[in-house]
Each structure stands twice: as C-alpha cells, then as structure tokens.
Design a protein around this ligand. Structure first.
Ligand code: ADP
Ligand code: MG
Length: 746
C-alpha cells in the first residue's frame, strides 16, 4: 500500500468504524480528541495487563490487583434501594464462588448475562463483609475450549465463598487463548457510561485492525529502518495495541518513540535549514566606539569568564552573515542584562537599533532604569514602550523610533504591535523567553527588511531534552557562573508551626539593615487550566488574596517598627510599580506579595525570601522566587513554609530545593517529578508535534539518536532530491498540516 493510501484510510471519519456511530463519535472527539481512524491508531494503551493466566477462585484474595476467572453465573440477586441499589451475580468455578457486583448498568447486565453460560470474568477482587467480590467486571463469553473448565458441579451453595469439597480439584490444562498482554486504555467517566471502557476501546481498536488488514506501509525510508534495526511500522502499531510478547512490545515502543521524535527533529531542522536558505543575516562587522567606550569607561565590574565567552559566541553569530537565533541560558543573577546591553551596543556600533523585550511592565521599567544607569552619560538613547505609555508620549516614542533617534527600545509585548516601526532594527533581545512563543518571535523578524538577530534569554534552565525539542531551532549559550563574591543562598524548609523561629530570623536580618520578601501563591496565574479547574481556581484566588491580606496584617503587627508594603496582580500597574519602587529604594522593609515579583526583579539588599504555601508552587517557580535574594555579598535565606502533611512528591520537590541551588539540576528534577506536559511554556513553543508515546523525561537517548538521524538527512539531502527520502517529506508535510501549533508560524 503506498503511503498516500494509508493517509487516506487514516483520515477517515471515526464515525464509520464498526462499533462507533454518531453518538460515540461525538464522545470520542470531545473526550479524547479522536476524530479519525488515524487518531485511534495512535491512541496508545497506557499499560498492559498479562491475561495469560486464569485463576482458580479458591486462590484469589482481596490484595490482588486484578484476576481473570473462568466460570458460570449461578444466580442473580437484586439488593438495596435507590442509591444503594445493586445487582449481584454469584459466579462460580469448580473451586469456589465470588460475587460480581454492579451499581450501574444493572439493566444491561441483567439483559446480557445468563445463568449457566460460561464466561471469562476479569476485574479487581476486593473483600466486602468477609466475601470476595469484583465490582463492574469485564465479562465475555468463554471460548469453546474453556467451557469444560467453566463447568461447576451444579450443587454449590451460592452463599458459600469456597466449597471445601472442591478445593483440591485441580485444573490440568492451562488455557491457551489468553497468552498475550492486553491493552488498557484511558477513558473518561462519560465514555464508560456509553460502554467505552478500556475493554470497549480495545474492541474498537480490534475493529480498526479488521479494516487495516493489509500491511501498513513504512513511514520511514528502509535505509533508516535497517540502520537502527527498527521494527517495521506495521508490526509496531499492531504490537503496541496487541503485543505478541513482552519483547515485541519493547521493540514496538522503541520504534514508535523513535519515529515520533525523529519527525519532531526533522521538522525543527528542516525549519532551520529553510530559514538559513531564505534569510541572510545583517552583518555586524565592527566593534566600535559605543562598545569600547562602555567596556573601558563604564563597566561597573569585571565581566565573568562566562559572560565574556557568551558575548564572544553572540558576536561570532552576528558577523557570520546568517541570522542569529540564540538561546542564552543563565541562572538567576548570572548577569544576563549586562550581556544584553553589551550586545545591543554592538548593534548600535553597526548603525542598527536594538529592542529588548520583557514579559512584564515592572521588568521593562527595571531594565530601562538599569540600562540608563549603566550607560551614564553615553550618547545612547533608551526609551520605554509598554501599555501604560500613552497619548503624546507614545507618539513621541514612535516618531523617535522611526527616525532612528532611539537606539534601544525597551518594552513589553507592546513592541510587537504592527504600528511599532523601527528605522533599522538589527537586534531583538527577549528576556525570560518562556513567555514568548515561536510565532511571536517570528513577528519581530518582519520589522526589518533583513530579519534582525534574535537573542532569547532565560533564567529557567531547560533540561537538554526539552531544549532540543521545544527550542531546538535555537543555538544555545550558557552562563554557567555567578559573579564572584556571592554566598550560596541557604534554603530552609519550615512548617507553619515554626512561625516564631521564622520571625526571629526576620528580626535579625532587619536589624542588619536587610529587606525581606514574603510571597503567597496566587492560583489565578495558572494558565492553560481546563475550564472546570479554573472555575475552582477563581474561588481559590480570592482565598489566596485573603491569605495575603491576613499575612500583611499579621506581619504589620509583628513588626511595628518596620514598614510593610504589599503588591499583587489586582492592583493598578502604577500603584504596583510605585510599591516596588519604594521597596527597591529601601523605603519599605518587608514586601508582602503574590508571584508578581517572580521574574527578574533586582533588589540586592533583600536577603530573605519567605514562600508561604510553598507546596503549591512548581519547582522552577520556587527557583525563580529564590533567585530574588542572594544578589548581594551577604548570606541570604530562602524559607519554604508548608503545612505538615505533604504528599511524597511534594516532599521530594521541597527537598530538591533545600539540597541544591543549581537551576539545571532543579529543571531536570522538575521534569522527572512532573513530566514535560506541565512545564511552563511547552504549549507555546509551537515546534513540537504532540508527543503520544515518547517521554522527554525518560527518552533522552532515543531523542539524541533521532536528532542525529534527522540532522544527517538534512545535511545529506538539503534540497530533497534523494528519492529514498520522499516518504519523509510527504509525511512531514502531513504532520505539519495536522498540527495546530505549526500552522501558526509556517
Ligand atoms: P539575571 O541573569 O538574573 O538577569 P542580572 O542581569 O539582573 O541577572 O544581574 C544580577 C546582578 O548581578 C545585578 O545586580 C548585576 O549588576 C550584577 N552583575 C552582573 N554581572 C556582574 C559581574 N560580572 N560582576 C559583578 N556583578 C555583576
Ligand atoms: Mg534578568
């Protein structure tokens, strides 16, 4: 079958598959996003159950995870009224009796299951009132060769759980029908009500394979399949749903994971290649007056070696003739702002403008202040553009920008808007990149006839596997060194009950002239939450704000000699900024806030970060918050306050924070503990197709192999002339078409 025909079959509406129909089709689409046969094919089982064994009823107990039995229903009982109403079937083999119980679907069970017929029953045994029962079992007719085994002697008492006379009787022949591992599919409550349980889904996949009876064509060129000794595609998809053996399952998983990651990488590398072929970069060949003047006369301290190295890497990119697309990773406090400034000065030396983009107004304003201060009396004009720059002021900035009088524009995403026009934009720096997506980056390119160089900076270290996938189109530079003289922050985990000890520490630091942050979680800031959760979130949000108010009152009373201020997202931006400014100027001593201070804010005199309800934060967020202190030469503290009862993952998360201040280590742990789906920014990247089977936390090796393979395809066949690779490009275009994310940028 050629690949095009396969694509057509896979694109068929799921509605027409035997066992689906319009109602279930709607349900599948709503609950799982399955609309085509292809969607069902890639709806992989989440686990497999070994159903090769049929248990004797006398051997089972309530601790077993699941059992498979073969026997007959002796009789039915209807018990209870209303909500407590249930149907019990007394199910027996030659060794004993168990109760099968239904709380729902009673009618269906009564109608479809008969006394004295032989069934295979599968489910989780539990003990209720001293009797073993299986609630909502999966049931199917026993195959002929097992019927004899299902026979009971016919004189069992339906109430006795074990018949002592029969206990010794053995079942000689092991069944042969259920050799395999059976797939378990995730389904929702709504689906289960329509019969789409895991077993129901298995029936659909079985029906699907009836339609797909001819071998499915390869989706990778034969030379790649043989190079890595991959299982053929057809074998892999059949085995992933219905494994013939554990080994076959392992190879099927490997093949499908490889393929998935391979196409993601091919997509990224193809994109980079196209970008290189389509766009030239502005050549910055001078290091001139501005850079040198700053370097020799204005630099407030020696650059760290890491800063020097990174500036060199960026410089090399910018004079290469190719457009730079570089990710600068550097832990909080590693001095990225200075790098951004010096790189901007190179742009200015080459008669270009630079634009620095920050995720929040506070940060943009802080960058503006920092840059102006560092530049001193140098003839470099820096202007601000945010949502609050309005009216006449805005027009002035716009005019000066298009005239080329503004050298550096600092702003929020307001700078992306179409009416913001530059004279000659040569460099874009995006700070704290995880809040900007690929499509937003691409929008900035259009602001100059030749696309500007792009530097994205992040203080949220990204594990290698994620970076390769989500930001795989960027070259990476790393500042792996903090400016000298910093003492590592001490992180302490405390329970609510330790309040007095926390106050003691606060008093001590305040007396030393230091300042303190206290942060409360704000649920509202959770993005991409499903609607049901975000509704709940609004209530919690109010609660959180109440927490913050209460905390503010309590602290004000406990520290009457100090000025306490508060900042949260519901305040007017101007008020918020004024409070932040007062804290930065040391006019206030304790700042009680929500996470609005999370990113980038720099107050070196602050030495204590107290995080309330620390269990509610993600690791990368905790790391960001902690990074607000430890910016001066003195010992700083981060206190993580939690309730006493914590889940074991939460306990581990907190322990990671206590054990290390290494952002990369934390990012790796975060990926392991939470899984990649939850990491901030993953949805916005736009580079990765949905991963259905590969897991970036665990499949690093396969990913590397996939990337290398994709790279060699692009290198050896940049113009897509090799016939053997046709299959790759067809498939890639198909995947792009079906990927919403990709559509936004191509
Ligand atoms: P981040 O990488 O988190 O954005 P910043 O750029 O805000 O870090 O820098 C943190 C602090 O370190 C600032 O106060 C900055 O002035 C200071 N700093 C930056 N580079 C150096 C250096 N080479 N030596 C000493 N201090 C530095
Ligand atoms: Mg910063």
């Amino acid at each position: 079958m050629p690949i095009e025909i396969l694509m057509n079959i896979l694109a068929q509406d799921i509605k027409y598959l035997q066992g689906v129909g319009p109602q279930r089709a709607t349900l599948l689409a709503k609950e799982l996003g399955i609309t085509t046969v292809g969607d069902l094919l890639t709806y992989y089982p989440y686990k497999y159950i070994d159903r090769s064994h049929i248990y004797k009823i006398c051997d089972i107990d309530g601790n077993m995870p699941y059992v498979q039995l073969c026997g007959q229903i002796l009789s039915f009982d209807s018990v209870g009224e209303g909500y407590a109403k249930r149907l019990i079937a007394h199910f027996a083999d030659k060794t004993g009796v168990v109760d099968l119980v239904w709380f729902q679907g009673i009618k269906y069970a009564t109608k479809n299951y008969d006394c004295r017929k032989s069934y295979i029953v599968f489910g989780k045994p539990t003990v209720f009132n001293g009797r073993i029962q299986i609630a909502h079992p999966e049931i199917e007719a026993a195959p002929d060769h097992l019927k004899a085994q299902a026979q009971t002697t016919g004189n069992l008492f339906s109430t006795s759980s074990v018949n002592p006379n029969l206990q010794e009787e053995s079942i000689d022949s092991q069944p042969t029908a259920f050799k395999g591992l059976c797939p378990s599919y995730n389904t929702s409550e709504k689906m289960k009500k329509s019969g789409l349980t895991s077993a129901g889904m298995a029936k659909l996949t079985a029906n699907m394979f009836k339609v797909l009876k001819d071998p499915l064509p390869e989706t990778l060129p034969p030379y790649i399949v043989s190079q890595h000794r991959l299982m053929p595609y057809d074998e892999a998809v059949r085995n992933i749903h219905y494994p013939t053996s554990a080994e076959a399952l392992r190879r099927a998983k490997l093949r499908l994971k490889f393929e998935e990651l391979f196409y993601v990488q091919l997509n990224i590398l193809r994109y980079i290649k196209d970008r290189q072929l389509r766009y030239k970069g502005i050549v910055f060949n001078t290091i001139g007056e501005h850079f040198n003047n700053f370097f020799y006369n204005h630099l407030p301290f020696q650059l760290t070696d890491a800063q020097k190295r990174v500036i060199k890497e960026i410089r090399t990119d910018m004079k290469s003739g190719r457009q730079m697309n570089r990710l600068l990773q550097g832990d909080v406090g590693s001095g990225k702002t200075l790098v951004a400034l010096m790189v901007a000065l190179i742009a200015i030396d080459n008669k270009c403008q630079a634009c620095i983009m920050a995720p929040t107004e506070i940060l943009a304003e802080q960058h503006l202040a920092t840059l102006r201060k560092m530049l001193g009396d140098m003839p470099v004009r820096v202007e601000l553009l945010t949502g609050t720059v309005k009216g006449k002021r805005r027009t002035e900035v716009f005019d000066a920008l298009v005239n080329g009088e503004v050298n550096i524009l600092v702003g929020t995403h307001a700078v992306i808007e179409d009416n913001v026009l530059f004279h000659r934009l040569g460099l874009v720096v995006i700070d704290e990149q995880h809040r900007f997506g690929v499509s937003q980056r691409a929008k900035l390119w259009m602001k100059n006839s030749v696309p500007p160089h792009v530097l994205v900076m992040t203080a949220t270290p990204i594990p290698r596997t994620l970076a390769m996938t989500l930001y795989g189109d960027l070259d990476v530079s790393v500042i792996d060194q903090l400016p000298p003289g910093r003492k590592p922050i001490r992180t302490i985990h405390m329970f609510d009950a330790h309040r007095q000890r926390i106050y003691d520490l606060m008093h001590r630091e305040l007396q030393l002239g230091r300042q303190i942050y206290i942060v409360y979680p704000l649920i509202e800031e959770q993005k991409n939450a499903p609607s049901a959760i975000s509704k709940k979130g609004t209530n919690k949000d109010k609660l959180a704000l109440k927490d913050l108010e209460a905390g503010f009152e309590e602290i004000s009373q406990a520290f009457p000699n100090y000025k306490v201020s508060k900042v949260h997202g519901r305040m007017k931006p101007a008020d918020k900024d004024a409070e932040m400014q007062r804290f930065a100027n040391q006019q206030t001593h304790i700042l009680v806030s929500t996470t609005v201070i999370e990113v980038g804010v720099n107050v070196p005199n602050a030495s204590v970060m107290i995080i309330e309800n620390a269990e509610r934060f993600g690791l990368s967020q905790l790391h960001q918050l902690r990074g607000r202190v430890g910016r001066g030469a003195d010992q700083s503290y981060c206190i993580l306050v939690t309730k006493y009862e914590l889940s074991s993952t939460t306990r581990q998360r907190i322990q990671v924070m206590v054990d290390t201040t290494d952002g990369f280590e934390i990012a790796e742990q975060d990926l392991k503990l939470r899984g990649p789906g939850d990491l901030e920014g993953t949805q916005q990247s736009g580079m990765a197709f949905d991963l259905k089977i590969a897991n970036l936390a665990h499949d690093g090796q396969i990913l590397t192999l996939a990337r290398d393979t994709a790279q060699s395809v692009i290198d050896s066949d940049p113009e897509e002339r090799n016939q053997q690779n046709n299959i790759l490009w067809t498939r890639l275009r198909q995947l792009r078409k079906s990927s919403i994310n990709w559509g936004a940028i191509s």
